[in-house]
Design a protein around this ligand. Structure first.
Ligand SMILES: Nc1ncnc2c1ncn2[C@@H]1O[C@H](COP(=O)(O)OP(=O)(O)OP(=O)(O)O)[C@@H](O)[C@H]1O
Ligand SMILES: [Mg+2]
Length: 346
């Protein structure tokens, strides 16, 4: 039988010093000390709750700031295809008008041909519409204009889909997420942040399992790493005036972990900054370019909220790789469909 006999039971607090003390009430000093400890505990609990809510507000503020900054870039990205789609549609509309005039003149010519020889006015009108239509020009340019417009609209649709995907709120609930898709969307919404200084390459593992996570927060971590990479490259290529660098994003998985590596060919992290990069508000960037929150938020999201890991490897003058590892929930493992070829149109 398992159990405690009376002599093995732990003595009550305050009774271990000797049997003479056991019956006495605790002295007033201990009561005051206990009350003080209780008070301190409550204050610590409140401080912790305040800290958590400040952290949540900072995360939200940083997110809003990032979205505000991205919004200008996204507007620019959408504006370019919108402009050439507009130009092309205007050209096609003028061409259509001329083709309509040509059809009317051709009908008239046909009618009068059926009734005998067409009059010289009818012939002149038909000739004038044919010349006005610049049919050869339309025949070569219209297909190009249509193709460009279709491409432009696809680009806009891609950007809008990526924005929706990037900003879709998780509502604080973890859900299975395709990290490859999250990376692809984040690269698109951040285009304006990197395109002047870097090319972005990806090597995304098509067998990456879904990872249970707060997708919007993981998206923000990826964004922070891409923007940091772009800034580090900018410091070397000076706004693209010395060519472009590369940001390479890879995913892999091994033994219950999904791994994202973001590598840049930027300036590298100086020795004296390496211990501090995850500290809140540590920044080496001028006001307006950095607030020092990106990596602190990344740490909080990956390590505290997902029990993951974040680390980096860096070499001055060569670049930096940030490595994010997230635990994969094996019960929800399912293979990613990100790299599946698109289905042909029916
Ligand atoms: N890829 C990188 N290459 C070189 N230095 C980096 C890189 N990523 C971060 N750092 C250094 O770490 C510091 C902290 O980065 P963090 O992302 O936390 O803040 P920030 O980029 O300065 O500002 P914020 O992200 O809030 O806009 C940066 O100021 C920079 O000095
Ligand atoms: Mg940053």
């Amino acid at each position: 039988m398992v159990g405690l006999v009376a002599s093995e039971a732990p003595a009550p607090l305050g009774a271990r010093e000797g049997s003479t003390n056991s019956a006495r009430p605790p002295p007033r000093d201990s009561l005051a000390a206990v009350a003080e400890l209780e008070d301190q505990r409550r204050r610590l609990e409140k401080a912790l709750a305040d800290l958590k809510s400040t952290q949540a507000r900072l995360l939200q503020a940083h997110k809003l700031e990032a979205i505000g900054q991205l919004a200008a870039g996204i507007a620019h990205e959408i504006n370019t295809p919108t402009q050439y789609v507009t130009d092309n549609v205007e050209f096609l509309s003028r061409a259509f008008e001329r083709l309509c005039q040509l059809v009317v003149a051709s009908r008239e010519l046909l009618e009068s041909a059926k009734q005998g020889a067409p009059s010289s006015e009818v012939l002149a009108r038909a000739e004038a519409s044919l010349a006005n239509a610049r049919i050869d020009y339309i025949l070569t340019e219209a297909p190009k204009a249509l193709q460009q417009s279709v491409d432009g609209l696809h680009r806009v649709a891609n950007i809008v889909a990526a924005m929706k995907d990037f900003s879709h709120p998780s509502g604080g609930e973890k859900a299975p997420c395709d990290l490859n898709e999250a990376i692809a969307s984040t690269i698109i919404v951040a285009t304006n942040e990197w395109k002047y200084v870097a090319e972005v390459e990806t090597d995304l593992d098509p067998t990456l399992p879904l990872v249970r996570c707060l997708r919007d927060e993981v998206n923000q971590v990826i964004l922070n790493l891409i923007v940091n990479g772009a800034h580090a490259i900018d410091a070397v290529v000076i706004g693209g005036s010395k060519g472009k660098g590369t940001i390479r994003i890879e995913t892999t998985h091994d033994g219950g972990w999904a791994e994202i590596r973001v590598t840049d060919t930027g300036c590298g992290i100086p020795e004296k900054a390496r211990d501090r990069v995850f500290d809140p508000f540590f920044t080496t960037k001028p006001v307006g370019k950095g607030t020092g929150q990106g990596l602190a938020i990344a740490y909080s999201v990956i390590v505290e909220k997902h029990r993951g890991e974040i680390s980096f490897e860096t070499e001055l003058g060569r670049g930096t790789t940030f490595i994010v590892r997230l635990p994969v929930n094996v019960h929800e493992e399912r293979f990613s469909t990100f790299c599946a070829p698109p289905r042909p149109l029916a």
